[in-house]
Design a protein around this ligand. Structure first.
Ligand SMILES: CC(C)(COP(=O)(O)OP(=O)(O)OC[C@H]1O[C@@H](n2cnc3c(N)ncnc32)[C@H](O)[C@@H]1OP(=O)(O)O)[C@@H](O)C(=O)NCCC(=O)NCCS
Length: 156
């Protein structure tokens, strides 16, 4: 399988990711609200800027020089030694090929090695069974279901 690595998301990589991004119906609770993603340089600049805050880390998943995935490690809590993981792939051309599973595993390694956390949690819409399957393959365990979301957790 092609090699994937994680690095800090730069403004340039963020643009590279979103220029070819397609939104996915799985992240819409109500699929009638689905909207095709339309790239805007200004919106991406704004998005990038808003994410540069303490307690949050944006990572790019790279393969052959291309940003195929976007990883978020957020709500980094130094007292509880926990953080939250979120991820999405660039578009359909890189889904269903095992890359998302690899990225989730790399993100866990990254968090445990670099963020001084002992646990990483993740939330998915109840209907997002693909994401749940990938989280479980990567080592997350189902914790509970609340308000339309399934809660998963992985420990060091
Ligand atoms: C979730 C996501 C990151 C997974 O990445 P990916 O590269 O597609 O995942 P992989 O190819 O590694 O694995 C997909 C697995 O899900 C399985 N799968 C596919 N559709 C499925 C479904 N509807 N229900 C359950 N499992 C499903 C595949 O068979 C595969 O499992 P297998 O390897 O055991 O056969 C990606 O699909 C994505 O970006 N989705 C949209 C955004 C999103 O849902 N993000 C998560 C929000 S918490």
């Amino acid at each position: 399988m092609a090699e994937i690595s994680l690095c800090i998301m730069t403004r340039e990589l963020c643009h590279q990711f979103f220029r070819e991004h397609e939104s996915d119906p799985a992240v819409y609770e109500d699929e009638s609200e689905f909207q095709r993603y339309v790239y805007s340089e200004e919106d991406v600049d704004d998005f990038f800027k808003r994410k540069q805050v303490p307690g949050r880390l944006e990572l790019a998943a790279m393969m052959d020089g291309r940003t195929i995935g976007h990883v978020q490690l957020k709500n980094i809590d130094n007292e509880k030694r926990e953080c939250e993981f979120g991820f999405h792939m660039q578009n359909d051309s890189v889904k269903g090929l095992g890359y998302g599973t690899q990225i989730a595993r790399l993100a866990l390694e990254y968090a445990f090695e670099n963020l001084n956390v002992d646990a990483v949690c993740a939330y998915t819409l109840v209907k997002n069974t693909r994401s749940q399957h990938v989280l479980e393959k990567a080592g997350f365990q189902f914790i509970d279901e609340k308000d339309g979301f399934k809660h998963y957790r992985a420990v060091r």
